[in-house]
Ligand binder design. Structure first.
Ligand SMILES: Nc1ncnc2c1ncn2[C@@H]1O[C@H](COP(=O)(O)OP(=O)(O)OP(=O)(O)O)[C@@H](O)[C@H]1O
Ligand SMILES: [Mg+2]
Length: 340
């Protein structure tokens, strides 16, 4: 019997993440041995009937989404006082972790472009997702952020956490303080409660800004200051060292007025692809992304670690990142790294 317990017919093996609404575990299905990820929500969530209704509706919808760039949700359930979601287990890292490892320098543009383009494909699919009568269901992720964009070791990019944000908003209203809120990725119209697919596009634009600049656009010391920064926002500041086309793309996707953004996530992706073509840099392959995630720890890395509090047993892949990037993208990209 697992020390961590179970969720239905799944045995919890290891806690792999901690988020605003609960914990993520890797788990194994009885009988088949299938490896899954389980998001187990905070027990207090199960007390709020409106939350439960939203969670169940959204979970059922998320279970219908099937796309290579969307983390699959297999099923949901209730174990004791915990609601849980059973998802595809992604063996990889989040864009948040990749960016943290770069310590404020952002990713090389071709890598960032590939990750963002894949995430945009997943978003576009969900935004167009239609019911049996062919009418779009109006799916909106509402929580697009670097923590919810994952890059698997095989180079696949997946959006995670479809189907949770609405219920999370409910619990934030009724039990403020219970759930950690992420204010840094809200679109201006979201502050007034107006949300549609263009809200996701703005949030993807914030991820794009951060991926190429290394800087979180709305990051302030307190939630209140972050909200003020969003209210005052008129457009992104210039980012040094990125293609001009990328600056134009960022200005468009981060338009305060939703109508001035790209007309779809697919249009955002096409715009991004055009920047890559115009720059003549060649698109990054899935294999190159895989190398980014799986960069093997190199002994030299520990010696250059300037963080005295990191124990020697900490994962070393983040610091091997720069070396791996230079190797895989060749001289041109290495030059880019030097001058970025
Ligand atoms: N399907 C998955 N497979 C493997 N790891 C995952 C999966 N989903 C999430 N994770 C990992 O667990 C971490 C925590 O995820 P979680 O969704 O709970 O928090 P978050 O994304 O930081 O915040 P939020 O509650 O806003 O989604 C993620 O950053 C990621 O590293
Ligand atoms: Mg998440």
């Amino acid at each position: 019997m697992s020390a961590l317990g179970r969720c239905g017919r799944f045995v919890l093996l290891e806690r792999i993440g901690l988020g605003g609404m609960g914990e993520i575990f890797s788990a194994e299905e009885d009988g088949t041995g299938r490896r899954v990820a389980i998001k187990r929500l905070l027990p207090q969530c199960a007390k709020d009937p409106v939350f439960i209704g939203m969670f169940l509706d959204e979970a059922r919808l998320a279970e219908r989404l099937r796309h290579p760039n969307v983390c699959e949700v297999y099923e949901h359930g209730l174990e004791g006082r915990h609601y849980y979601l059973v998802m595809e287990h992604i063996d990889g890292v989040s864009l948040r972790e990749l960016l943290d490892a770069r310590r404020g320098r952002g990713l090389p543009f071709p890598l960032a472009a590939r990750i963002l383009a894949e995430a945009a494909s997943g978003l576009d699919y969900a935004h167009r997702f239609a019911g049996e009568d062919g009418a779009p269901l109006g799916v909106v992720h509402r929580d697009v952020s670097p923590a919810n964009i994952m890059i698997a070791r095989d180079g696949r990019v997946k959006l995670v956490d479809f189907g949770l944000a609405k219920a999370r908003t409910q619990i934030m209203k009724t039990q403020p303080g219970l759930v950690k809120g992420k204010f840094g990725y809200l679109a201006p119209e979201q502050l007034g409660g107006k949300i549609d697919w263009r809200t996701d596009l703005f949030a993807l634009g914030l991820c794009a800004f951060e991926a190429v600049s290394g800087r979180q656009l709305f990051d302030q010391a307190t939630a209140a200051e972050t909200v003020q920064a969003i209210q005052r926002f008129r457009g992104p500041p210039p980012v040094a060292g990125i293609p001009e086309g990328m600056s134009r793309l960022l200005a468009r996707v981060l338009s305060v007025q939703p109508a001035e953004r790209h007309p779809s996530a697919a249009a955002f992706r096409a715009d991004l692809a055009q920047v890559v073509i115009d720059e003549g840099i060649g698109a990054v392959s899935a294999a190159e992304l895989a190398a980014l995630v799986a960069a093997p720890p190199a002994p030299i890395v520990a010696a250059v670690d300037d963080d005295p509090v990191t124990p020697p047993t900490a994962p070393m892949w983040p610091l091997a990142l720069a070396a791996a990037i230079a190797l895989m993208l060749g001289g041109a990209l290495a030059l880019w790294l030097v001058f970025a």
